[in-house]
Design a protein around this ligand. Structure first.
Ligand SMILES: [Zn+2]
Length: 169
């Protein structure tokens, strides 16, 4: 755990690399453990005396293509400026370029922060670029075929009608 106030007071710069295996919450969202994450954090105090962290995270990881369900490499990058706040109320008065980071005791885990940033940077759905995907979408939606299927299906409400007690069928 790191004391943000001390780090900010001496203008600390931290950087390092992580593997997907190091990040417990992110790992289940990935299609494999291969990959590399690099992070840099610059601690400082702004003109208002706030403790501020500039966080830059870059990651090359494997996600799942939602079209063909195969693993695909993806590059994530995120850049944020976080201001340390001690109460929820302080978040309201922050300028727009600062994201709040609530720390009751001023201590935080560097890895967890990197993980949070990556979870925010991940897209909800990833797809291979057209041409590299194993599955093409066109063959699924031939409108003529779709209509034929709909007409042949028995209407489930007609069936229910026949099963009603006292119906005159
Ligand atoms: Zn694909």
């Amino acid at each position: 755990m790191l004391d943000v106030r001390k780090a900010a007071a001496r203008g600390a710069v931290m950087g390092g690399t992580l593997k997907p295996l190091d990040l417990e919450r992110l790992r289940p969202l990935l299609a494999g453990d291969e990959g590399m994450i690099t992070a840099e954090m610059i601690f400082s105090r702004d003109e208002e005396g706030r403790f501020v962290i500039d966080v830059v995270v870059q990651a090359d990881i494997l996600t799942t293509c939602q079209r063909c369900l195969e693993a695909m490499p993806e590059h994530l990058s995120s850049e944020s400026k976080l201001a340390i706040i001690l109460t929820d109320e302080e978040a309201v008065s922050l300028p727009k370029n600062l994201d709040p980071l609530l720390l009751k005791d001023g201590l935080f885990s560097v890895w967890e922060l990197v993980e949070d940033e990556l979870m925010l940077a991940m897209k909800p759905f990833s797809y291979h670029e057209t041409g590299t995907c194993k599955r093409t979408t066109m063959s699924f939606f031939d409108p003529l075929v779709k209509e034929d299927i709909a007409e042949d299906k028995p209407n489930p409400f007609n069936v229910l009608e026949q099963l009603k007690p006292g119906s005159k069928h």
